[in-house]
Design a protein around this ligand. Structure first.
Ligand code: GLN
Length: 445
């Protein structure tokens, strides 16, 4: 049924870079066989979903939507692919993204842009735009995204589905192509909060191959889902209503707070004074780490190799031909921020700001259990609208990047519509507070 749906709408949406029909049918058969033998099956057994194309699946092309990896076939599975296989989930394919997860609209894919299923003239958000669009268009039941600065939550919001960025370290990054390693985190995108909880339960857990993986038991997230918010203390950081915020988005967030209060939550406004510096700190830290992580793509070990008479010329050709404009911009920004003489002024300063932002959250979580905020200042914008203005594109991330800087879990879920496009609500939790944000989201939904 999912592949029939893909055949019907993929021409308009273009969510997938690669479809894995044979793999999916074989995986589905494994579950059929289990059922025929009378064996117990896991909650995700036989349920079809897609992976963002920056997560390795053995034998399946993993491109990061980049020319430099256009023909790269990984010889191993990412930790999430392994866990999903162990849960007998079915993988339908690999979804489109902004090249190397750098972007907020899916327009930086070097192959093609994905469209928003609610309005194909609008972007699906990014960078996990393919994953969010696939779920919204019913071309997958669930999908995985990665979130370095909002890339699960913002496309989920733009496409009217639910997306969860777990606590940093909750899901193993082994086999995820690194963008900014201290910020990257894999998480689920699904049609509702329950599905999101089930997929998170399947992929979370300790993994010795990722040195930042958290060694803590994985709760039964579905158990946390109760239909009220009694006793929950919710806070609103007023600094998240930045200049340029669409009044309809602000109104929808306040209406969501009223609804949570009606469900039994206690509400107070909190202050997070360093929020205004988060975007600048993020774009220094993320580009610095990216410049270092992307040094491995040199045409030697794997990926595209350009022609050249000597090795330096070959490096240059490989990288110039392989990387798109935005990726090159970020490598240059990051290399500059890390260069001697500038390191203290930029990178080190950004790390200090990161600590101040974390302290703002620590203080707020002394007063409340969860924070409620918008996901983005606007709903999905038009294809082409911001593509030539990188700063306008970066501003889309103002409400999402502080959460990555602090390593916290946050969920994005629909809280209304304006002009036919969905508005996203963000619920942010304490470290390993996934159950609490899922509970609040479930009550609200
Ligand atoms: N839009 C942000 C960026 O381009 C976030 C990307 C992400 O979370 N991968 O850096």
């Amino acid at each position: 049924a999912v592949f029939d749906r893909i055949d019907a709408v993929e021409g308009k949406v273009r969510a997938y870079i690669t479809q894995t029909r044979d793999l999916a049918m074989a995986q589905a058969k494994a579950t059929d066989d289990k059922i025929a033998r009378g064996e117990a099956i896991a909650p995700l057994a036989g349920i079809p979903g897609a992976l963002k194309d920056n997560m390795c699946v053995k034998g399946v092309k993993t491109t990061c939507a980049s020319q430099i990896l256009a023909n790269f076939v990984p010889p191993y599975d990412s930790a999430v692919a392994e866990r999903l296989a162990a849960a007998n989930a079915v993988v339908t394919g690999k979804t489109n993204l902004d090249e190397f997860a750098m972007g907020s609209s899916c327009e930086n894919s070097s192959f093609f842009p994905t469209r928003n299923p609610w309005d194909t003239a609008a972007v699906p958000g990014g960078s996990s735009g393919g994953s969010a669009a696939a779920v919204a268009a019913a071309e997958a039941v669930w999908a995985l995204g990665s979130d370095t600065g909002g890339s699960i939550r913002q496309p989920a919001a733009y496409c009217g589905v639910v997306g969860l960025k777990p606590t940093y370290g909750r899901v193993s990054r082994y086999g995820l192509v690194a963008y900014a390693s201290s910020l990257d985190q894999i998480g689920p995108i699904a049609r509702d909060v329950t599905d999101c909880a089930l997929v998170l339960g399947a992929i979370a857990g300790h993994d010795g191959r990722d040195s930042t993986s958290i060694d803590a038991p994985v709760p039964d997230y579905a158990k946390a889902l109760v239909p009220d918010a009694r006793g929950l203390k919710i806070g609103l950081p007023k600094e998240y209503f930045v200049a340029g915020m669409d009044p309809a988005v602000e109104k929808a967030v306040y209406a969501a707070i009223d609804q949570l209060k009606a469900l039994g939550a206690e509400y107070k406004e909190v202050s997070m004074p360093h929020t205004e510096y988060a975007l600048a700190a993020y774009y220094l830290i993320a580009t610095a780490e990216a410049s270092s992580n992307l040094a491995r793509f040199d045409g030697v070990g794997f990926g595209h190799r350009g022609e050249g008479n000597d090795i330096i010329a070959m490096y240059k050709r490989s990288r110039t031909e392989g990387f798109g404009e935005e990726v090159r911009r970020r490598i240059m920004l990051g290399t500059y921020a890390l260069s001697s003489g500038y390191y203290d002024a930029y990178y080190l300063k950004a790390l200090k700001v990161r600590t101040l932002i974390k302290q703002d959250f620590d203080k707020a979580f002394g007063e409340v259990d969860v924070l409620v905020a918008p996901i983005a200042p606007t709903t999905a914008f038009k294809v082409g609208e911001k593509v030539d203005d990188p700063l306008a594109m970066y501003l889309q991330d103002v409400c999402t990047v502080p959460i990555n800087l602090a390593g916290l879990p946050a969920i994005s879920l629909p809280c209304g519509f304006v002009g036919g496009l969905p508005i996203g609500l963000q619920i942010i939790g304490r470290p390993l507070g996934e159950e609490t944000i899922l509970r609040a989201a479930y009550a609200f939904e």
